[in-house]
Design a binder for this molecule. Structure first.
Ligand SMILES: NC(=O)C1=CN([C@@H]2O[C@H](COP(=O)(O)OP(=O)(O)OC[C@H]3O[C@@H](n4cnc5c(N)ncnc54)[C@H](O)[C@@H]3O)[C@@H](O)[C@H]2O)C=CC1
Ligand SMILES: CC(=O)N[C@@H]1[C@@H](OP(=O)(O)OP(=O)(O)OC[C@H]2O[C@@H](n3ccc(=O)[nH]c3=O)[C@H](O)[C@@H]2O)O[C@H](C(=O)O)[C@@H](O)[C@@H]1O
Length: 409
């Protein structure tokens, strides 16, 4: 079958290349540069295994800016949060569905993979398609792969398939690239499932963060306590940290709650997680209380360890707050090439600094030794990820404060 994949980003491009192993695939994107890069045989983004897959399917994958008729259409366009209104911006979805509606024919299949608020398929997407053709088959199949493991997860994760029952065999054929199970349900439930997964993670992280701040006040080490509690067969507490980043978990809880005033726990979890950069800044303030114009070295701006993605990173909020407090902030990240703030190498960031703040849990920071901090003016560290070798650093005379560890105060 021929498949058109609409939106060739982090999700659409790997999906298109996987589909091209068994089908003729045309990737459609409004971004001319992205399409030109692909047409030149290069990839506009990095993911383990993507280069090899791209080479494997070069004869069955093409990229274009103009929508073309196909047997099936898979829509993977962005669904950002409208920050001002705190609601989903569905403009990209609407435009993509309208472009599909211009070419779709009777009996064909349209799949929406983008993450959307419950009711979007029924109220926005399906009516546009129904206006174009009477009997188009529709499914909402949200994507749940994780960055840096995108291909591995796309080919092994189960999938949620929200459909009215039509074209199930075509849908199975489409997703034959995954060894995972297909869980069939209706479109609105599929929308809900995706949002519930990410919201559950956000709430879980908020609980871990609350344990961390409580432990600091009580005088215990939350990390040790969590490790022991997690030995219980029915307990699985997540890791405290400087807050939740990435463009999905920071957004999806708001897609789920919408304007529903009855939602209390979900907004509270968002609030707790958004407050963590300020809490980290509080730990820094304690470390540099004696310095008049403190210099701070931020280690890590990626939203999580070993990735280069900085979208919604908690580092952003921390840096803004620290600068507002008059701190001189220098930023280093071994995985990130460009960011809103200038990036410097680690030595330059630490040179003359009064506090090194670990924001991202990159493996590259894990084995930092006391000598790595020699260039600092005052050797203090705030480790918001419980990542470094604290005992070794303290034995060398460095003052180390760990988010969630109340035993050192
Ligand atoms: N990146 C991730 O890790 C995950 C993303 N998702 C969801 O998948 C969806 C896509 O996200 P990403 O791939 O990360 O976005 P992205 O921003 O990386 O890529 C989206 C692509 O769509 C293109 N586009 C926008 N409007 C278009 C239109 N009308 N026609 C054709 N192309 C158009 C853009 O130019 C861009 O290349 C979102 O709903 C996101 O929430 C879900 C799970 C994981
Ligand atoms: C339920 C779930 O695990 N969802 C995944 C999630 O990917 P994402 O990379 O955003 O999730 P993540 O690894 O939990 O990281 C989110 C943020 O939370 C932080 N984090 C994570 C786990 C933890 O114990 N403590 C913590 O502070 C991370 O540092 C990061 O800043 O969201 C993805 C998405 O929807 O885009 C989804 O496809 C992925 O499967």
């Amino acid at each position: 079958m021929t498949v058109a994949v609409v939106g060739l980003g982090h999700i659409g491009l790997p999906t298109a290349l996987l589909l091209a192993q068994r089908h003729e695939v045309v990737g459609v994107d409004v971004d001319e540069t992205r399409v030109a890069t692909l047409e030149a045989g290069e990839l506009p983004l990095e993911e383990p295994g993507l280069d090899a897959l791209h080479a494997e399917v070069e004869d069955s994958f093409t990229a274009t800016t103009a929508m073309e008729p196909a047997d099936a259409y898979v829509i993977t366009v962005p669904t950002p949060l409208d920050q001002r209104e705190n609601v989903a911006d569905l403009g990209f979805v609407r435009a993509a569905v309208e472009s599909v509606a211009d070419v779709v024919s009777s009996g064909e299949l349209v799949v929406l993979e983008s993450t959307v608020p419950p009711g979007t398929s029924e109220r926005l997407v399906q009516p546009i398609l129904a206006d174009a053709v009477d009997d188009v088959a529709y499914a909402h199949c949200p994507e749940r792969a994780i960055p840096e493991r995108t291909l591995e997860e796309m080919t092994s994760n189960d999938r949620v398939v929200g459909t009215d029952g039509a074209a199930t065999e075509t849908i199975r054929d489409l997703y034959a690239f995954t060894d995972g199970e297909l869980h069939l349900t209706d479109p609105t439930t599929a929308e809900f499932v995706k949002l519930a997964e990410n919201t559950s993670r956000d709430v879980g992280i908020a609980l871990a963060n609350e344990f961390a701040t409580l432990a600091e006040g009580i005088g215990v080490d939350a990390h040790e306590a969590i490790d022991i509690a997690n030995e219980h067969p029915r307990v699985d507490i997540l890791n405290p940290g400087p807050g939740v980043g990435g463009h999905c978990i920071t957004t999806d809880p708001w897609f789920l709650t919408g304007a529903d005033a009855q939602a209390r726990l979900v907004p509270l979890a968002r609030d707790i997680n958004d407050g963590m950069p300020d809490h980290v800044l509080g730990l820094v303030r304690e470390q540099v209380a004696h310095v008049r114009r403190p210099r701070v070295a931020v280690l890590g701006v990626a939203y999580k360890g070993n990735v280069s993605d900085t979208r919604e990173t908690p580092a952003g909020r921390f840096i803004r707050r620290a600068e507002n407090d008059g701190y001189d902030v220098r930023v280093h990240d071994p995985h990130v090439d460009s960011y809103d703030e200038p990036l410097v190498d680690r030595e330059t960031a630490l040179d003359g600094a009064d506090c090194a703040v670990v924001i991202t849990d990159h493996d590259a920071f894990r084995d930092l030794s006391p000598a790595d901090f020699d260039g600092m003016r005052t050797r203090t560290i705030v480790d918001s990820r419980n990542l470094l070798a604290h005992d070794t650093l303290r034995e060398a005379g460095i003052s180390v404060s760990v988010l969630g560890d109340g035993t050192q105060g």
